[in-house]
Every structure is written in structure tokens, then in C-alpha cells.
Design a protein. Structure first.
Length: 653
């Protein structure tokens, strides 16, 4: 059965679940008998189409009816052999078969040559040796001969296809590989003749049509090729024009960022083919690093993604935009016109691989990746750099304010920033870069100097940090000395005025005191008392001491004066009272005597001399004159009684 170019199974199939269960057995007449057509058990009298052993027909109530080997054995390929044989039997017995669509198809061009049709035939033959070819069956009808191949396990091989085409033998392959095993004979027949998939192995009309389609395709390809050549020519023109455009430096912030991030040593590399970039190498490389090693650290970055980023930053010249498909023909074409040209992704790859060799990136399947720690450290360094720059700015502002305040036209700040200040041992710029206590101290010192620079500020005696502030400091010192002198004069004037005031107060006090004392004690005593008091209070001669009395001394003198005044007034009062009493007594005496005199005169009418003699003469009873006796009512009464006794001569009352 297996010919030199057969489609038949040549290797045993792996045992499947159905293993040796067969729907057909080989009957004694050499034909295949379906299990439904035979008696049960060994009475079926069938043998295995594969190995020829005796079969039993199992026609129970539960399982699908089938044949099994009488003696159980591993019989491989029995079903495939059976199906092959069955298909040939079916074709030999039938008289028509469905032929498939004939379709010509070349490079996406397709043409239906003939639709599926039922082919009636008069004769059929199996396993015909055709000299190197042994088709499964040949059918003949309408004067035509058609070869049939059954694909049970393996489809038709290429050598056989070549033979079929060389000999121009119309042939169809029917695909029986998926025909179910347990079906009725009628179902199997239907599948073989019509239902199973089938296709032309060789069809002259299809071949002719394919030749036509190939010509069409070739023409189209030629047109396309010319179109591409024109397109490539245009692109090459654009590329050639753009290639010689000089690259601009690009924004310096990229380079600064790269340096800040610690990537300064990785940018500015000369990469062949970099004419596609519109900016200098250090700029696009800094932007690339910014993307790969900072923004996207830890993530895969493909060459395309990197180029998209650069394009977004307008770092790629227009003809090199990544949307362009750099086919090898195009590249070759351009390279003929532009020596050194490379597609941008090759340039990026070159540079990225160089970075990978230096350990900054890792090469991965479709691109590159920077470790997360690389990005993290870069960010830290950038932050530190930005802080350092902020401090530099602060320092320069501070310096500017100081110089303006000092009205110094000095502009050589850069050299000051870069020269070591003796007090700190390093340059101010370095202090600002490092930050920390040194920088803080420098700023405080500049604050102090700035305060000194303000007009009329206190002079600052600390170091001047190598700044040209000596003149300012001298000015401040002069100003301070002038201020001190002015203050001293003011203090002296104040003291002088105060002394003057005290002197005047003292003098006024003494003048008033003298007036009071004189009024109180009389000219001499008053003046003497004041001199005495001033001398005692001051220990000075009066003409000095009178102006040297402080308020305590004045108080004491006032008190003394008040005491003196009290004493004098009390004495005067006592004297006055004494005088009053004497006057009163004198009045009483005078009154009594006056009355007595009147009475005496009345006693001695017309005899005033008598009257006077009695009154003033010594009375024996009294031992003195009644005048002298009469000092009060009682003595008046006594005198009266004596008067009564005295009668003028000749008369009696
Ligand atoms: Zn067998």
C-alpha cells in the first residue's frame, strides 16, 4: 500500500481511547463490513483490516457497537487503515463526488476559477501505479481523469505535489482526518463523497489563473517599488538637507540637570549618526538620561519611547521623526546620499548601550532600564544641588544688599565669592555649596556687616571678611565718637543747669528765710539766726552756703524756723495775757478809786481840799491813805465805812 510518494500513514499513531475498537471488520469476501451488518460475537467472521487477526462484534446494550480483537492485543493504526480502505471502497462504488472550489490566490490577490461542483464519473480505480505516483484513487468521467488522495493522517507531501504539477494531473485531496469513527456506513459515505473538507492539489486552470495573478502582482510590485523609490528619494532629500543643519546648543537646563544628577560624565559623548538631533549631544543625551535614569527609573524604556520623548522636546530634526519606518532599502538609499547616516533608533541604541557598558543602565530584551536606586540617588543629588544654588543666590543677594547699603560701587563679587576668607579658611561659594553651620555663620556675619553699613549704625569691630569696608568702618567710628562727644556735652549742660537751678532755689529760699526771720525776730536777730542756720547746715561761709542748701537742709531749716516761730509766738502770747490782766486790775482800781473820789468829794461839798486831804492822807485806821487802800470793792467798802465816820466839820448826815 505505501508507495514511494504515498499519503498513507507511515508511522503508527499513538493509541487513543478507542484503541482497538473498530466500526468495520474485513469480511471473508474481502470487503469491509460495518458492525451493524454482521452477527454478534465471533459469528461476525471478520478479521482486523490492520493486523488480520480475528475480531468479535460487540453489540451489547450499553456501549457503542464495535469490533474488538478476539485476542486482546495492541493493534496500532487499525482505524486509519480501515478508513483509507473504506474511502477507496466508497469511491469505487459511487458514481459522483463533490469537487471543491477552485481558487487562485497570489500575494493577497484572489480569483475564483470554479465553484464547488458535483462531478459524475463512469469509472473508478484504486491504487494505480502511475510510475512514481500511486494515487489513492482515479476517477474518469466526461473524458477527464481525476486523481483523488485521502488525507487520513498526513496531508500530501511536497514531492508529490511537484510531480502532480509537472505531469499536469488534476487532483483533489479529501481531508478525512476528522471523520468520526463511530458512525453509520451511510454517514461515512456522505462524508467521503461530499461532507469532508477537500481542496485541489493541482488544477490547470488555477495554475493558469495564478500565473495571471502573479503577473498582476508583479506589475503592482513594480509600481509600488517605483513609488517607494520616489518616496525614498524625497526622504533622502529631506534627510540630506536636515543632516547638514547645525545643531543648536539647546536649553542649558538639560545639561545643568544632568550635572546636578551626577550624570555629567555621561553626556556629550560623540555618537556616529547624531546628525538627526537638532541639539548638541550633551543636551539630547541629558534629556535621554533624564527620561531613562530619573523619570522612568525602574521601568523599561524602549528606543522608540526614548525617541518619542526627545521628539516631544523638539530635539529631533523633522525628517527623523520616529513615525518614519526606516526600511533597510530606505536606509541604504539614504546612506548613498548622506554618508554616516543612521536611523535615530540605532543612534539611541549606540548611546544607551554605551551607558549600559558603564553600568548606568541595564540592557534588557526590548530596551534599557535604570535601577530604581539610580533614579533615587539622582533625585537626591538634584535636590542637594538646587539647595546649594538657592544658598548661592541668598549669599549673592545678601552681598548685593550689603554693598548697596555701604554705597560701594564694587562689582568684583565673583572673585570674592571664589577666594578663601581667612576667618573661614574656604571661599564663600564653597560655604554656600556645602550649607550647614559654616554657611549660617557667614550669613550672620554678613548681616552684622550690613547693619554696620547703615548710616549712623554702631561701628562693628569684628573682621571684615576681606570686603572693602574699612572706609565705612572708619566713618562709623567717627560718627560714634562724635555722638559720644555730643552726649557728654549734653550731660554737662544738663548738670550745669541743674546746679544753677539748685543754687537759685537755695538763694531764693535763703532770701525768703531772711525776710521771715527779720519779720519774726527783728533785723539783727533774724539775720543772725539765718546766718547761724545756713552755716550749721552747710559748714560754709554764709555767702557760699546761702546757695548750697539742698532740699533736706532746707527742710531742716524750715522746721527749725517753724520751731523758733512757735517759741516766739508763745512768749508773746504769754506777755500779752499778763499785760491784759494788769490793765484789767488797774481799771478796777481806777474805777473803785474814781467812785471813792466821787463819794469823798460828795462827802466834803465845797471842801475839795479836805476831800483830797482825806483821800490821800494817811488814815490811822488803815496805816495808809484810802486812795492807796482802795483797790477793789472790798477795800472800797472799807474806805466807805471810814468815810461815813468822817464828818466834815459842822455837819453830820
Ligand atoms: Zn488488528
Amino acid at each position: 500500500m505505501d508507495g514511494p510518494a504515498s499519503c498513507h500513514p507511515s508511522t503508527p499513531p499513538p493509541p487513543d481511547g478507542d484503541g482497538t475498537k473498530l466500526p468495520y471488520g474485513l469480511a471473508e469476501d474481502g470487503r469491509l463490513a460495518h458492525v451493524s451488518e454482521v452477527a454478534s460475537g465471533l459469528g461476525c467472521r471478520c478479521r482486523c483490516p490492520g493486523c488480520g487477526e480475528r475480531l468479535v462484534a460487540r453489540k451489547g446494550a450499553i456501549k457503542v457497537h464495535h469490533f474488538a480483537h478476539h485476542v486482546d492485543r495492541a493493534c496500532v493504526g487499525a482505524w486509519e487503515t480501515t478508513l483509507h480502505r473504506l474511502a477507496k471502497e466508497i469511491v469505487l462504488e459511487a458514481r459522483d463526488i463533490l469537487l471543491p472550489d477552485a481558487v487562485a490566490e497570489v500575494d493577497g490577490l484572489r480569483h475564483d476559477v470554479a465553484f464547488a461542483t458535483v462531478f459524475p464519473y463512469e469509472a473508478a480505480e484504486a491504487e494505480v501505479n502511475m510510475g512514481g505516483l500511486r494515487p489513492d484513487a482515479i476517477i474518469r468521467g466526461r473524458g477527464r481523469e481525476l486523481l483523488l488522495e485521502f488525507h487520513v493522517r498526513h496531508p500530501c507531501g511536497p514531492e508529490k505535489l511537484v510531480l502532480l504539477r509537472e505531469r499536469n494531473l488534476p487532483s483533489v485531496e479529501i481531508d478525512l482526518s476528522r471523520v468520526p469513527r463511530h458512525a453509520s456506513r451511510a454517514e461515512h459515505t456522505e462524508l467521503v463523497l461530499r461532507g469532508a473538507p477537500r481542496h485541489w492539489l493541482h488544477n490547470a486552470k488555477v495554475v493558469a489563473e495564478e500565473a495571471r495573478l502573479r503577473r498582476i502582482a508583479a506589475e503592482r510590485a513594480a509600481v509600488e517599488k517605483r513609488r517607494l523609490q520616489r518616496l525614498h528619494g524625497r526622504i533622502a532629500d529631506e534627510v540630506a538637507g536636515a543632516w547638514i543643519e547645525p545643531a543648536s546648543p539647546g536649553h542649558s537646563s538639560w545639561r545643568i540637570r544632568a550635572i546636578d544628577a551626577g550624570f555629567g560624565g555621561f553626556v556629550g559623548r560623540s555618537v556616529p549618526g547624531a546628525g538627526c538631533f537638532s541639539v548638541a549631544a550633551e543636551t539630547w543625551q541629558a534629556a535621554f538620561l533624564d527620561h531613562v535614569a530619573i523619570s522612568a527609573a525602574g521601568h523599561l524604556v524602549t528606543g522608540d519611547a526614548a525617541l518619542r520623548t526627545l521628539q516631544k522636546r523638539q530635539m529631533l530634526k523633522a525628517p527623523f521623526q520616529i513615525r518614519r519606518n526606516w526600511e533597510p532599502e530606505l536606509v541604504t538609499h539614504i546612506q548613498e546620499r548622506v554618508p554616516g547616516f543612521r536611523p535615530p533608533h540605532e543612534v539611541i541604541t549606540d548611546y544607551a548601550d554605551w551607558l549600559a557598558e558603564r553600568g548606568l543602565l541595564m540592557r534588557v530584551r526590548h530596551g534599557w532600564v535604570a535601577a530604581q536606586t539610580v533614579g533615587w540617588k539622582a533625585r537626591q543629588r538634584m535636590e542637594a544641588a538646587s539647595e546649594a544654588r538657592r544658598r548661592q543666590g541668598e549669599l549673592q543677594d545678601k552681598l548685593g544688599t550689603l554693598l548697596r547699603a555701604a554705597e560701594l560701587p564694587w562689582t568684583d563679587t565673583a572673585s570674592w565669592l571664589d577666594r578663601a576668607v581667612p576667618e573661614f579658611g574656604v571661599a564663600p561659594r564653597v560655604l554656600a555649596e556645602e550649607g550647614g553651620e559654616g554657611f549660617e555663620r557667614l550669613m550672620r556675619r554678613l548681616d552684622e556687616l550690613e547693619r554696620m553699613a547703615q548710616p549712623h549704625a554702631s561701628p562693628y569691630e569684628g573682621g571684615l571678611l576681606s570686603l572693602p569696608l574699612d572706609a565705612v568702618r572708619l566713618r562709623r567710628r567717627d560718627e560714634a565718637r562724635a555722638r559720644q562727644e555730643a552726649a557728654r556735652l549734653e550731660r554737662e549742660e544738663f548738670a550745669r543747669q541743674a546746679a544753677e537751678r539748685r543754687r537759685k532755689e537755695s538763694g531764693d529760699f535763703v532770701a525768703t528765710l531772711v525776710l521771715d526771720a527779720v519779720a519774726l525776730m527783728g533785723e539783727d536777730a533774724g539775720t543772725a539766726w539765718v546766718r547761724e542756720a545756713v552755716g550749721a547746715a552747710t559748714g560754709l561761709p554764709f555767702d557760699e552756703g546761702r546757695f548750697a542748701l539742698d532740699w533736706q537742709a532746707r527742710n531742716r531749716i524750715n522746721e527749725a524756723m517753724a520751731g523758733e516761730r512757735g517759741r516766739i509766738m508763745a512768749a508773746r502770747e504769754a506777755e500779752r495775757r499778763c499785760l491784759d490782766r494788769e490793765a484789767e486790775a488797774a481799771a478796777v482800781v481806777a474805777g473803785c478809786r474814781s467812785r471813792l473820789e466821787a463819794e469823798v468829794i460828795a462827802r466834803f461839798p465845797g471842801q475839795p481840799d479836805w476831800a483830797q486831804m482825806w483821800l490821800r492822807g494817811k488814815h490811822p485806821a488803815l496805816g495808809r491813805s484810802p486812795w492807796e487802800q482802795c483797790v477793789d470793792e472790798r477795800s472800797l467798802e472799807r474806805c466807805r465805812s471810814l468815810l461815813d465816820a468822817a464828818r466834815p466839820k459842822g455837819r453830820r448826815r
